[in-house]
Design a protein. Structure first.
Length: 391
């Protein structure tokens, strides 16, 4: 499939428009960046505690926020986790930035969140342990003490294995939250007497903590430094490759264009106050490769046309090369954009920043290939008063 078979647009004549647009976006992003005192980093980079909580019913976000504020955790960030494959997941993330220094501060943050949730959504029957919060040892000891299977002296290993199977079902099949003890009958070895014992001795809370992640500030700073180095190494490697495959000016222009793409995308994150997380870094590295590939396609066509149109000015050759590759650009970039746009709109909160980085990056990276990288090569050749660089 091919669009615009006889396309004839003077892209180099419009280069000032693209450069002006880029300058406006860069200035807006830099202004927002300076006004906010820097980018907003996630717990991955700044250190803190993330608690993943699953509820039996629709999670009351406002109630959770008020309850955390009452415990002095008003600065917590609460995010609903939406999953199209599991619409009944009813999960939220409670994110608390670290306050203080050392592991004790991290443990205190975790304990504070769990205590606040416990006060808001405690067990339904006072005085009984919450089955959804039991570990294997506690569950095995409880079964051994009551001996619902009447195993006598040989009960120890049997109840330990049964507890392991029950918790594997709870945490795996049921996602960490059992709402009815009768559901446990699906576990091999669980009889009516076992269910009766658990019903008598335990209660079923309305929420369960699925996972707790703790990131120290030193680890966060190290991850931030490694993320920056990974991006710079990727750009340096591409510069060397393109300089070897084409000429150094092509490599320089391509790397500057990609660097421009990353800065503008980060500017959008600052303007919208989105967090920079490890998944966003992965999206930025994906953007680096995607934008570079699009630029190389244009440069490769420029190199071919230079051999065929030796007497033409470089600006004319570049315009023709961009027009010849525009159909391919529209197809690849357009389809990729639609995919990540759907991911952004329907992928849920967890993938929101990742997909947004790709949405913004694909748009910026596509236009920078012909609006920034190509004009840089033309401007360099005009400044040097030389013929088109080629190899």
């Amino acid at each position: 499939m091919e669009f615009f078979r006889q396309m004839n647009v003077d892209w180099m004549g419009k280069s000032k428009i693209f450069i002006g647009l880029s300058l406006m976006l860069l200035i807006a992003g830099a202004g927002s960046w300076a006004g906010r005192g820097g980018l907003r980093y996630s717990v991955d980079f700044r250190g803190g505690t993330v608690v993943y909580v699953r509820f039996a019913q629709e999670p009351p976000i406002d109630q959770i926020r008020k309850g955390l504020a009452a415990e002095g955790l008003g600065d917590s960030n609460i995010q609903r986790i939406t999953d199209l494959t599991r619409p009944d997941a009813n999960e939220v993330m409670v994110i608390l930035e670290q306050k203080g220094e050392g592991d004790q501060a991290l443990d205190a943050g975790k304990a504070a969140i769990l205590q606040a949730l416990g006060k808001m959504f405690g067990a339904t029957q006072s005085g009984k342990p919450d089955f959804n919060a039991l570990n294997r040892t506690a569950l095995a000891d409880g079964l051994l003490r009551r001996d619902p299977l009447a195993l006598g002296a040989a009960a120890g290993d049997r109840y330990s294995q049964l507890a392991r199977d029950i918790l594997a079902y709870r945490d795996g099949t049921r996602g960490g939250l059992v709402t009815s003890f009768d559901d446990l009958k699906n576990v091999a070895g669980v009889t009516d007497s076992v269910v009766s014992t658990l019903t008598t001795d335990c209660s079923l809370g309305t929420f369960a903590v699925r996972k707790v992640e703790i990131v120290g500030p030193r680890v966060g700073a190290q991850l931030r430094r490694q993320a920056v180095l990974a991006t710079l190494y990727a750009l340096a490697g591409m510069l060397v490759y393109i300089a070897f495959r084409f000429e150094w000016i092509y490599g320089t222009a391509a790397v500057l264009a990609v660097f421009h793409d990353v800065l503008i995308t980060l500017g959008f994150f600052s303007l919208l106050n989105y967090e920079i997380s490890l998944t966003v870094i992965a999206a930025l590295l994906t953007l680096v490769g995607y934008s570079m590939n699009d630029t190389i396609v244009i440069f490769d066509r420029v190199r071919e046309n230079v051999r065929l149109m030796r007497r033409e000015p470089l600006a004319v050759i570049v315009n023709k090369s961009i027009n010849q590759t525009m159909s391919r650009t529209i197809l690849t970039s357009g389809l990729t954009f639609l995919t990540v746009l759907v991911l952004y709109l329907l992928g849920g909160q967890v993938l929101r920043t990742f997909s947004f980085a790709l949405v913004a990056g694909i748009v910026v990276g596509t236009y920078s290939s012909f609006g920034i990288a190509a004009p840089l090569v033309v401007a360099w050749a005009k400044w040097r008063g030389s013929a088109a660089p080629s190899r």
